[in-house]
Design a protein. Structure first.
Length: 680
């Protein structure tokens, strides 16, 4: 088979556009196959499905259930950018399928839970990810622990002391290549603490109770009798490679300046998780020494101070548990740690905030480094005035999902929301409306952006769905409509509201789906003019004309019963255009089946080369599509400019069957001819 790399000449020769109107061809004879634009079987998809299986385990290999795990593209892990979210089941498993851009080779797996690796970078292998987060090894499977090593900074320490006071004391021989202590002792079973600490110190939430941050609340450990003291690493939620140290002073003689501290003893040279720029595993435990009665132990975090050669940057910012020593000028912002007491386990939990707290850089969640202290005898650390760690984790609606995770804490039927493509990103579908003729191939006859929102319950079942649809362009005089076929029977839908129909050619069933269909079909709008205005045509495709805004059609879809998790993986479902108020003239994405109301007599006519017996639909004999779908925004061509005139690598992508230039639509150098694209 010949693959034609440059289709422009053929496209221009086949234009059916006059200077003022795109005319529908009335012929019925199929066109000659000619030279192929793409290999047979290529469906022009710009996305792929990825199966994700992740298990969450505590240090002693116990499953962790009820954790809301977010999955992101590596470029954006901000709130709202989640590609999907899933609750771990009773066996600690997170299982889901999601759709991502074809170019995606890694995803970020983020269980926002104390004791588990945050923002784990997972590589996709054979369209799947399989991994364990937690457990004795910290993480395993498709987790990529590579990172760019940070070069040494000036004023570094590699042995016992330094000239920049207070002295920082440690020996490189006491730590492995990742800065993890070598003298670890048998870890405790910390699984019982995890829910409790996560409830108090949730990720990225400024929700720490004020009583924990009050300047009167104790911040340091007071030793009341001769005792051995151990420190156990519990969690880090930081991007930095922080250093943790301790210092001592006589109880009641708090240092007023750092110079009054004689030395800082390093406990954790690199307080970072394994596979996250470090080697620590939740539960790692080390003995820091034996202390006399009347001694107070304070702690200090050196911000991002660890270097890959096991040296310490002494110019790094330091945050002390003695808040008077911290750099903020606002007394209300000087506190950088919380100290909590778990009476049952005789532990003292310390959570650090590692960002400067004035300005907007800090999220004030105080879980950038979390550890706890224990003593022998157990009563040697004074608990006086230290707030108790709340032992009863709240679950107000009794759905099995704790309030700190539950996005609907007062609604037992819902636990969280999931979006496609994401809360911050809308997908785009672009159509040619001349089908079964090819038209001018500018793919702007109808351009629709969309976003789906799914309410999910505590069992990861879909409760209801909202679909939002916004027409962006209508490069035609035809009054084109838009529909979506769901992989459901109509009877599985109890109601649909929010659509807008200006004409009378769409017949609706009583539940708001389209009548006469064996699968549930939504028709958000029957003509784009319902969004742009009654007399509008050729909307937003000429750069020299004013840009018009459109309405957003928000469809609220209720189901007769909950749906399986897999339903969300089917998004964006089966979108289609209805050409020029003619109900039977549907245009779908390549190899997407027509609905029951499509005029099947139009298949295999003019330029269409559909063959239902082979599952082949809506593609020409030369293997060219009539519609394209994109995971995010798509800058479509201006009027009368074929898509390859705007995107220089489109033909190569198609000719390679999607193997080359899978990101052909991106804004990389040399990828676009901007003058041929609508950029207003």
């Amino acid at each position: 088979m010949k693959i034609k790399l440059l289709l422009l000449a053929m496209t221009l020769a086949g234009l059916t556009v006059s200077s003022c109107r795109k005319e529908m061809s009335s012929g019925t004879d199929p066109v000659d196959a000619g030279e192929k634009a793409a290999p047979d079987g290529f469906d022009y998809s710009t996305t792929k499905s990825v199966d994700v299986t992740v298990r969450l385990l505590s240090r002693n290999e116990k499953p962790i259930s009820g954790v809301l795990v977010s999955i992101y593209n590596p470029g954006n892990v901000s709130e709202g950018a989640e590609l999907t979210k899933v609750l771990s089941d009773n066996n600690g498993y997170v299982r889901t399928t999601l759709t991502v851009p074809s170019v995606t080779d890694t995803l970020i797996i983020d269980p926002a839970y104390i004791g588990l690796l945050r923002n784990a970078k997972a590589y996709i292998s054979a369209n799947a990810i399989s991994a364990v987060i937690g457990g004795e090894n910290g993480s395993s499977g498709n987790i990529d622990g590579s990172y760019e090593a940070k070069a040494s900074a000036s004023f570094k320490v590699s042995a016992v002391t330094s000239s920049v006071g207070p002295n920082v004391i440690y020996n490189t021989a006491d730590f492995d290549k990742d800065g993890r202590p070598l003298a670890l002792v048998t870890p405790d079973d910390v699984s019982g603490l995890l829910d409790q600490v996560t409830a108090v110190l949730p990720e990225k939430k400024n929700s720490v109770p004020a009583k924990y941050l009050n300047s009167q609340a104790p911040a340091n450990l007071k030793i009341t009798q001769l005792a051995d003291v151990w420190i156990s690493f519990l969690h880090e939620g930081a991007d930095y490679r922080n250093v943790l140290g301790y210092y001592t002073y006589p109880t009641g003689q708090d240092p007023k300046t750092p110079a009054e501290i004689s030395k800082i003893n390093v406990i954790l040279l690199n307080a970072s998780y394994r596979n996250s720029k470090g080697g620590m595993v939740s539960g790692d435990k080390v003995k820091i020494g034996r202390f006399e009665a009347g001694t107070t132990i304070g702690f200090v975090l050196l911000q991002d101070a660890y270097n890959s050669d096991k040296s310490v940057n002494l110019n790094a910012r330091r945050f002390y548990t003695n808040e008077e020593l911290n750099p903020e000028e606002n007394n209300g912002k000087k506190r950088h740690n919380v100290l909590l007491h778990n009476a049952e386990k005789h532990t003292f939990i310390i959570g650090f905030e590692d960002q400067f707290r004035e300005g907007n850089s800090s999220d004030n969640d105080f879980n950038d480094l979390v550890f706890y202290a224990q003593s022998n005898p157990v009563e040697a650390i004074s608990p006086v005035d230290i707030p108790y760690l709340e032992e009863n984790v709240k679950d107000t609606d009794k759905d099995g999902v704790p309030d700190f995770t539950d996005e609907y804490p007062n609604d037992p039927t819902r636990a969280y929301d999931r979006y496609y493509p994401s809360k911050l990103v809308w997908g785009t579908t672009a159509f040619e409306d001349q089908w079964p003729a090819e038209g001018d191939y500018d793919l702007n006859d109808l351009v629709v952006s969309y976003r789906y929102k799914f309410a999910i319950n505590s069992n990861n079942k879909v409760v209801n769905m909202d679909g939002e649809f916004k027409p962006l362009a209508a490069g035609a005089s035809f009054q084109n409509g838009f529909g979506v076929q769901l992989p459901l029977a109509p009877g599985q839908v109890s109601s649909v509201t929010g659509y807008k129909h200006a004409g009378n050619y769409i017949q609706m069933a009583s539940n708001g789906t389209e009548a006469g269909q064996s699968k549930a079909v939504l028709i958000p709008f029957d003509t784009y003019r319902a969004a742009f205005g009654a007399s509008s045509s050729y909307v937003n495709t000429y750069s020299d004309k004013p840009k018009l805004s459109s309405d957003v059609f928000k469809l609220e879809v209720a189901f007769t019963s909950v749906l399986p998790d897999e339903f969300t993986a089917a998004a964006p479902f089966n979108p289609f255009m209805i050409s020029d108020l003619t109900r039977g003239r549907e245009i779908h994405l390549v190899n997407h089946v027509p609905t029951d109301l499509a005029d099947l007599k139009l298949l295999k006519t003019i330029a269409d080369d559909s063959d239902p017996s082979k599952g082949r639909y809506y593609i020409t004999a030369t293997n060219r599509p009539f519609a394209l779908d994109f995971f995010g925004p798509f800058i479509y061509p201006v009027e009368k400019k074929a898509i390859q005139e705007g995107y220089t690598h489109f033909d190569e992508w198609a000719a390679s069957g999607g193997k080359q230039y899978a990101d052909w639509y991106s804004d990389h150098s040399g990828y676009r001819t901007t003058k041929n694209l609508y950029t207003k």
